[in-house]
Design a protein around this ligand. Structure first.
Ligand code: 6IA
Length: 139
């Protein structure tokens, strides 16, 4: 199974340790095409040797090969929102994972979109349960 994992980069890297754990778990189910998202050396202001056009086009090429998409949507990210919209258009099954916050709520454009399954969670164990429920029927 080709898994497209999406999570914040420029939108903030506060949850990068969680992204690392989620990607490790997802690798039980298949190939995670976008494991750069868990690169601890990436910072919101970081520069890369490749161009933004190259990054965009490579990610979109990966998405064209994706069987499913999992997005960690707690940190608001324009890039993740863009990827979600693209996956919705391409009819790729999408699971959004969100940790409820005391000071803000998830965008209605994500929570309210029927193209995505959105699940709230607090612990990593709960996130794994949501992933299992989403992916097990697909293997
Ligand atoms: O707007 P954001 O940067 O938070 O968007 C994050 C999402 O867009 C992730 O799910 C990635 O798949 C994708 N994305 C954004 N920037 C890049 C990138 N280069 N390379 C690959 N995918 C990206 C920028 C990295 C730079 C900070 C060093």
């Amino acid at each position: 199974m080709n898994i497209y994992f999406a999570a914040s980069i420029r939108g903030g890297r506060g949850d990068v340790d969680l992204y690392v754990k989620l990607i490790e778990y997802l690798k039980r189910y298949g190939e995670v095409m976008t494991d750069h998202v868990s690169d601890r050396s990436l910072t919101p202001m970081g520069e890369k040797k490749v161009s933004v056009e190259y990054s965009h086009n490579r990610d979109m090429a990966w998405m064209a090969q994706a069987d499913v998409m999992i997005a960690e949507v707690t940190a608001p990210s324009l890039g993740v929102g863009y990827e979600l919209a693209k996956a919705g258009t391409k009819k790729i099954p999408v699971l959004c994972l969100y940790r409820p916050q005391s000071d803000r709520t998830l965008s209605a454009m994500v929570r309210g979109c029927k193209d995505f399954i959105t699940k709230d969670y607090e612990t990593f164990e709960e996130a794994k349960k949501h992933i299992d429920e989403f992916l097990k029927p697909k293997i």
